[in-house]
Each structure stands twice: as C-alpha cells, then as structure tokens.
Write a protein that binds this ligand. Structure first.
Ligand SMILES: C[S@@+](CC[C@H](N)C(=O)[O-])C[C@H]1O[C@@H](n2cnc3c(N)ncnc32)[C@H](O)[C@@H]1O
Length: 338
C-alpha cells in the first residue's frame, strides 16, 4: 500500500475540506482524518483530537515505512499535531505495540480536545483501550445539544459522559449519566469540570439494567431465582424528556445480557418506559451487520407491544468524516418521538 498511502491521505483531506472549515468555525478540533475501511486501507484509522494525531491499526500492524509515511504527510499539512500510534490488531483490539520512553510521554500527556464548543480530556494512551471520545457519535451529541434546553436527559451506557455533557452544555435542566465503569465516569466528571455548565450532570455508577428497571418502575429485585444480586444504587422511578441509549455490541452481567443483534428489545423496552410521553428516545446500534430498517421495524413492534407506539422517526447520520460507500453506516442512530 505504501506507494499510494500519501495519495489516499491527500484524497481524504480533500474530501473533508468543507467539513473541516465548518467544524473549526464551531470550535470542533476533533474529527476523523482517515477512515481506512472506506478510504482505501482497511483497518486503519487516523483521528485528530486537538493537538493529538491518533493512528490506529485494527487488522495488521503498520510497517515502519508506512508509519513514517503517515508521519511525514501530517508533519507537512498539520505540523502542530503529535503522533501516537496504537496497534490494535491483536485479540480484543488491545493496544499491543510498545513505545520508546519519549513516545510514551507523548502518548500519556493530558490534552484537551474541543467539540461543539465543549472541552474533553484526551490522551493517546490511558488504562483502557478506546479513546475517551468516540468521534462517530458527534452527530448524536450535536442532536442532544440542540434538543436539551430545559429538558431532563438520561444518558445510558454513558462511558465518559460525552452525550450528557452535550446535554448540559445545551441547557438541560437535569442530566443523569449511567455506566458501571467508575473509571469512565471519573473521566466524565473531570470533563464536566473542564466546562462552564449551569447544571452539573449526575453520574450514577450502576449496571444499566438495574438502573433502567428502577427508573422505569419495573423494579430491580435484590434476589433473582434464589441468587443474591450484586449491590446496586437505589434510584427513584422517574421519566426523562430525552433518553439516549448507546449500548456496546455484547456485554453480560449478573443483571442481564446486552446483545445488539439478538435482543435489543431487552434494553429498548425499559428505556422507552423511562421516556416521558411526548419525549424523545435516541437509540444507537453499532453492529455493522444489523440492517437499519429491520432494526427499526423491531423497535416499532416492541413499542406497540409496550403500549407506547412510536409517533415519528428521524435518522441521525454520522458526519462526513465517517464516509460510507453505500449509505449503510455501521453506526445507526435513530431518534424516536414517543
Ligand atoms: C460503546 S460504550 C458507550 C459509548 C457512549 N455512549 C459514548 O457516548 O461514548 C459502552 C459502555 O457501556 C458500558 N457498559 C457495558 N455494559 C454495561 C452494563 N450492563 N451496565 C452499565 N454499563 C455498561 C461500558 O462500561 C462502556 O462505557
């Protein structure tokens, strides 16, 4: 690929010319520069997060020559950026390449990235695998920020609470982020402190099933089939004007199984019951093989069955730094008026 790599990077930069001007104008300096699966090198992604240039390979490691070519290309066009390379072609997408001490210092530096006028903590490497902000979800955060004024917002599977922060910045009256990973919520809390907000988002460390069952009024028993459940925080039943549901592809916990291919409904139904009548439920599904229309039909059936039919549907499409050849984005985001 080496002969044409610079040409592919240049074509990707040309394609983003207008988008990047718009993003910079709205105080966004974090976006995907190269989306390899569609732009010519399968498994290679290159992202900008403020002054960090994050290169990741998911299928096979880059050769030294390829990495040099990438370094030289961006040294010419974006000289202020510092490159960090994470090879994630091993099992479970774990970062596996070792860095020199100097490279490690660059990778572990605390940085601040901007998106839609919001500041986010970012590092090239930290104790987890994924960057602290998923860039393809910008379209979702943009929508929540637009909808949030005066609204109560529930952000499920919050990770580092980007959606909750967008809601708070958009003027939400109340924001609740739910995730079972304290380390991710800690980044979310630090992100909230980085921004001037009129409301401090609440971060609830809880299994999403336990939180959803309580908030929706279904209830979460402490014993299930004779087995004691792990402890979980108690939450009062309440409904929200806006609910954002962005689960991982698959996750198993004592409280339930998250399975976006076979059982989205297990999450969708309680999330729907947590959404106030007249409110908005935004659902995401990041499994490429799931067909958007078929998934939406299943959501509609589930909503009918729950006695809360969907009144209107709007698709939210990832922005142009995540191009798609056929319009079938792996990440599907749908806004449901319920
Ligand atoms: C794909 S990320 C969600 C991304 C997030 N919505 C965002 O805006 O960046 C998945 C998150 O789900 C959390 N998670 C997985 N299973 C969970 C469960 N049963 N209960 C609560 N959180 C869970 C993980 O800790 C992780 O932060």
């Amino acid at each position: 690929m080496s002969n044409s790599l610079s040409a592919l990077l240049q074509a990707a930069a040309d394609r983003r010319h207008d988008l990047v001007s718009r993003l910079i104008a709205e105080d966004t300096n974090s976006y995907r520069l190269f989306h390899g699966s569609v732009e010519g090198v399968s498994g290679l992604t290159i992202d900008r997060y403020g002054d960090l240039l994050l290169v990741q390979s998911f299928h096979q490691p880059l050769s030294d020559e390829e990495l040099d070519e990438i370094r030289q290309f961006y040294a010419a066009s974006l000289p202020e950026l510092q490159l960090v390379y994470n090879d994630r072609s091993n099992a479970n997408s774990r970062i596996s390449n070792t860095l020199s001490l100097a490279e490690q210092a660059v990778a572990e530096e605390n940085r601040v990235a901007h998106e839609l006028g919001i500041r986010y903590h970012i590092r090239g490497r930290h104790s987890g695998q994924d960057p602290w902000l998923f860039l393809d979800l910008r379209a979702g955060r943009r929508r929540v920020k637009q909808l949030a004024e005066g609204k109560s917002v529930l952000n499920l599977f919050a990770y580092t609470c980007g959606v909750g922060l967008a809601a708070a910045k958009g003027g939400a009256s109340f924001v609740m982020n739910v995730d079972f990973a304290e380390s991710s919520l800690a980044v979310g809390r630090a992100n909230a402190k980085l921004n001037s907000l009129t409301t401090r988002p609440r971060c609830v460390q809880s299994d999403a099933f336990a939180a959803l069952r309580q908030l929706s009024g279904i209830g979460q028993p402490k014993m299930v089939r004779g087995k004691k459940m792990p402890p979980f925080p108690t939450l009062e039943a309440r409904q929200f004007d806006v609910v954002f549901l962005d689960p991982p592809r698959y996750a198993k916990s004592p409280f339930g199984v998250v399975d976006l291919i076979n059982d989205y409904q297990a999450l969708f139904k309680p999330a729907l019951l947590c959404t106030a009548p007249g409110g908005v439920l935004i659902c995401c599904n990041n499994v490429a093989q799931v067909d958007g229309e078929a998934w939406l039909e299943a959501l509609k059936r589930s909503a009918d069955k729950a006695g809360r039919p969907i009144k209107a549907v709007e698709w939210i499409t990832p922005e142009e730094d995540f191009p798609s050849l056929d319009g079938q984005h792996p990440l599907k985001i749908v806004q449901l008026h319920v």
